[in-house]
Design a protein around this ligand. Structure first.
Ligand SMILES: [Zn+2]
Length: 692
């Protein structure tokens, strides 16, 4: 459950987000940042005491002057690198377009995919014709058997519970192919709940003013898209679709419950589905999904499968047909004529994220290429922008961080020796990918046409689905990546016991070979430590050194860990970004643990790197002060209210402000800034949560 940053969308939802929501793309006109190595003193707010509000101390002056561009819901440190990565990627796409590469080559695919997205005249001329065959097929559904087939045909590999953490699919269910919980040497089929277009069940069920307003706008959105696609009685159809989605939402598990791996390991034989979840014609569903020969599945949320399957039988066939049609139109609205794309942005961009303007089309086009041909671009990107020297330096930092964790685990008084031995074994078998993967995805089976963006996206989703289904039962590649080199992020892959740090995050301000060690450790070091910590956290404790699901902790270890982490959850429960909305300490617990552990290990790694020498001051700040300020500046950001509310409700990460505030759990921070009793972030020593 391991994405590090808050704005990550895996490839499948990336496409969805970038063409449908489109608020993720940066403004290309931002001025190049001046060459600054080390902490940025100009961003500090000297009027704020570090002990009162560390986030605003480290970033306050920048926050005062920063403006969120109209086409974004968020601006922050991460964007600087995302902008850079996007510009470079755009440059690579442009080169590919000029190269006139042979048909079938990756360069040609990149160029054709991008051009097909940019072909607005062609898209307008086609209207809704690309959807017509599928809309006709939906209209022809005559009974439950047909319905099961149509639902099965929509199944895609568009969810990911533990790597890129995406629990959302608008299809009835989602497939995730990953190492098996009960056989980590082979790929298994995980099935996950779905069926909602809005991001989470809370959007349908929460009884708050802001959610009621969103629901009213959603109803208008559904009805408008149906009307644009030529449906009669769009208002009535929209009402029925939303009633169905509301009923589905009632069957869904909450995000906090979904993240509990122990509740997710529910192996069902294919023959069990009819008995465990009556309603849907499962044999036909699996046949249509190309999964007839798959004997067993792991069902992540069994109660949702039972509930949703019952709804298939109990809800009017016509409502399901409208639901299928609307979901189809909605999923492709971004590549339909402008009226569809604008309507889609109006709801997902403006209403859900609070973003006033859509990103320029070329930026969204870059996102589509990144989403569907990420490795083809990434291979060129890594070669051009990530030097062997940078790779070697980053690998040395990783080695220091792992060593810091080894010492911390060895020093734990409460952990049983056998548990410690398995924790050390996990560190030994941990595979850390730096910059780029050792092998690249093969796109030869993915057909791309220069004048068919709808088909390119549709075939792309199917290509990934077929690729994943084809490897069910095959041996696991533990060195595989789930993220592209040009992505500004980092990830922990618990079932592979592996981490990936893409080239795009290993750049200033996170990682700068010319910056003081204090700053590199406070910035990227804390991020590396965060990812390593996931190896041992609430979920990592469920996977052993071979990636198997096994309780390798002794009950007494777990009791201590749960007590310590419950205090951390309680600490985050007290944070209230809005008077009517507090953080959910349980929903964000694993990420908050990783933040505390990450900065702790990074601090050790930093001091180890000094090798006994005094830390050199820089810009008037001691080594430790620079370390903590660099950490605080990782999180410098501003966000629109709607987006922040969505994040609080649906994200497993805490908002940036509270991530920065976790320094209050670290003793060395009190000494570095002379933080005293009475200051707002002050915690008495016994109240500071120390996990490792
Ligand atoms: Zn994380």
């Amino acid at each position: 459950m391991m994405r590090f940053m808050l704005r990550f969308f895996p490839w499948n939802t990336a496409v969805y987000a970038l063409i449908t929501l489109a608020p993720l793309f940066a403004n290309s006109q931002s001025a190049p940042a001046p060459e600054i190595h080390g902490i940025v003193v100009a961003h500090l707010d000297g009027a704020v005491k570090p002990g009162d509000d560390f986030f605003h101390y480290a970033n306050g002056d920048w926050i005062k002057h920063a403006e969120i561009p109209a086409d974004r819901s968020y601006i922050g440190t991460w964007d600087t690198l995302e902008d850079l990565s996007r510009k470079r990627t755009a440059g690579l796409i442009e080169e590919a377009a000029k190269a006139n590469a042979p048909a079938g080559s990756n360069s040609r695919k990149i160029a054709d995919l991008y051009n097909s997205y940019m072909d607005e005249a062609g898209i307008e001329a086609k209207g809704v014709a690309p959807l017509r065959p599928q809309l006709d097929a939906i209209a022809a559904i005559g009974d439950q058997h047909d319905l099961a087939r149509a639902l099965g045909e929509t199944l895609r590999a568009d969810v990911d519970a533990l790597n890129n953490t995406n629990f959302h699919t608008a299809n009835l269910f989602g497939l995730w192919v990953a190492p098996g919980f009960n056989d980590s040497e082979h790929y298994a089929a995980y099935l996950m709940q779905g069926g909602l277009v809005m991001p989470d069940r809370e959007y349908y069920l929460a009884d708050s003013q802001s959610m009621r307003e969103i629901r009213a706008k959603y109803q208008a959105h559904v009805s408008t898209l149906l009307k644009l696609a030529g449906f009669s009685d769009p208002e009535l159809r929209a009402q029925h679709i939303i009633e169905l989605e509301h009923a589905i939402a009632e069957k869904h598990l909450s995000l906090a419950d979904e993240q509990d791996v122990k509740k997710a390991n529910n192996p069902w034989k294919q023959a069990d589905f009819a008995a465990n979840a009556p309603g849907l014609d499962w044999a036909e569903y699996f046949r249509a999904a190309g999964l007839s020969s798959q004997a067993s599945f792991i069902v992540w949320q069994p109660t949702a499968f039972t509930g949703e399957s019952a709804l298939v039988a109990s809800t009017a066939l016509d409502t399901w047909k409208d639901w299928l049609a609307f979901h189809l139109i909605d999923a492709y609205a971004g590549v339909l004529p402008k009226v569809f794309a604008d309507e889609s942005f109006g709801f997902f961009g403006k209403t859900l994220s609070g973003t006033p303007e859509q990103r320029p089309r070329w930026q969204r086009g870059v996102g589509v290429v990144d989403g569907l041909l990420g490795d083809a671009v990434g291979q060129i990107y890594a070669q051009r922008y990530f030097s062997p020297e940078a790779k070697a330096q980053a690998e040395a930092m990783v080695a220091n961080l792992i060593s810091a964790f080894r010492h911390r685990i060895e020093a734990l008084a409460w952990m049983d020796p056998a548990t410690k031995a398995e924790a050390q074994a996990k560190l030994t078998t941990l595979y850390v990918g730096i910059g780029y993967p050792e092998t690249w995805r093969d796109y030869s089976a993915y057909e791309i046409k220069a004048d068919d963006i709808f088909g390119n996206i549709s075939r792309g989703r199917l290509f990934y689905y077929h690729r994943d289904v084809a490897r069910l039962g095959l041996p696991v590649d533990r060195k595989e990546w789930t993220m592209e080199p040009q992505t500004v992020n980092a990830v922990n892959l618990p079932l592979q016991n592996a981490l990936s740090f893409p080239a795009a995050i290993l750049q200033p301000p996170f990682f700068d070979p010319q910056a003081p060690a204090a700053v590199n450790y406070g910035a990227i070091g804390a991020i590396i430590g965060h990812e390593i910590s996931h190896t041992f956290d609430t979920e990592g404790s469920a996977f052993d050194s071979k990636g198997r699901v096994r309780d390798w902790w002794k009950p007494a270890d777990l009791a201590h860990f749960n007590a310590a982490t419950a205090r951390l959850a309680a600490q985050y429960d007290t944070y209230k970004p809005f008077p009517d909305l507090a953080l959910n300490g349980k929903q964000t617990l694993a990420e908050n643990i990783a933040d505390v552990a990450g900065i702790s290990a990074a601090y050790d790694g930093y001091h180890a790197s000094l090798a006994g020498k005094a830390a050199p001051p820089d810009k008037g700040f001691s080594g430790d002060q620079q370390f903590f300020i660099a950490f605080g500046q990782n999180w410098g950001s501003k966000e629109r209210e709607a987006a922040l509310r969505e994040e609080v409700m649906t994200d497993s990460h805490s908002p940036d402000e509270f991530r920065a505030a976790t320094v209050r759990n670290i003793d060395a921070w009190y000494a570095a800034f002379n933080v005293r009793l009475g200051e707002k972030l002050y915690l008495a020593p016994p109240d500071r949560v120390r996990i490792w």
